[in-house]
Write a protein that binds this ligand. Sequence first.
Ligand code: SAM
Length: 291
Amino acid sequence: NQKAIATPTRTKEILEQYGFSFKKSLGQNFLIDANILENIVRYAGVDERSGAIEIGPGIGALTEQLARNAGRVVAFEIDQRLVPILEETLSSYNNVSVINKDILEADVHEVIKTNFEAGQSLKIVANLPYYITTPILMKLLMERLPVDNITVMIQKEVADRMAASPNTKSYGSLSIAVQYYTEAKVVMNVPKTVFMPQPNVDSAVLQLILRDVPPVQVTDEDFFFSTVQATFGQRRKTLMNNLSRHFKGKLEKDQIRETLTNIAIEPSRRGESLTMEEFAILANAFYEKQK
Ligand code: SAM
């Protein structure tokens, strides 16, 4: 039983053996603390019947823990240099496949179909590259993949925004976008010191439990999201202000005031005070008004 990959000594050994140099542009910060990884796998609820999908296995620190606990693991890694390394570091597990692809370009539905059993409980688990955290998560959510939950290590500030409640500093259009698809929760804060090399920012583990149906009914999803974004456009400004700018040329100020009055939302409020339900009511009302 070999020592875990996620230790400073073993990681250094592997890096030296292959002459691997980190690519900052790919967000390569490898985890060197096996305890943290075990916690992540536990939060994800990975067991022998479940399938795990990992994004960015690096040299296999998390992949190894997933392989020990899951029925099957599929990992997407963009950096071709890591493929032969993973082949060796994970050679004692026969339930892992590495796909050398950019996750943003990958057909994840197809990969799921070919690698997992129909109806198998699937979890996405990753220590994400921080430079594209939001695009990756939004892709995974908007494609409505058949997965139970997504448990990811990301930049703490972004995790806080994704899980934020109304009337907090972190609350914004990203909170609504993520919480429309999931129940979001920050389950663990993680110090910089458990990475090699150490990143400049603090990290957190975000858990997203996918919803079967959205928490609110919206007439048009694109319209809903663009309206939400507009109300946060200039954070210090009122709904009246931001919506006037957004619907310029389409709706007069009077029409905007009237629409808000009809749904009993004060025009002087700010976007940051609106709940998901209020945003849905607001977007649906403006959708009818401007169509
Ligand atoms: N899982 C490893 C760990 O925890 O030690 C590595 C995590 S590191 C933060 C992010 C990994 O994602 C790197 O291995 C990097 O090469 C990979 N990566 C970066 N961009 C990617 C993309 N678009 N698609 C797939 N993998 C990517």
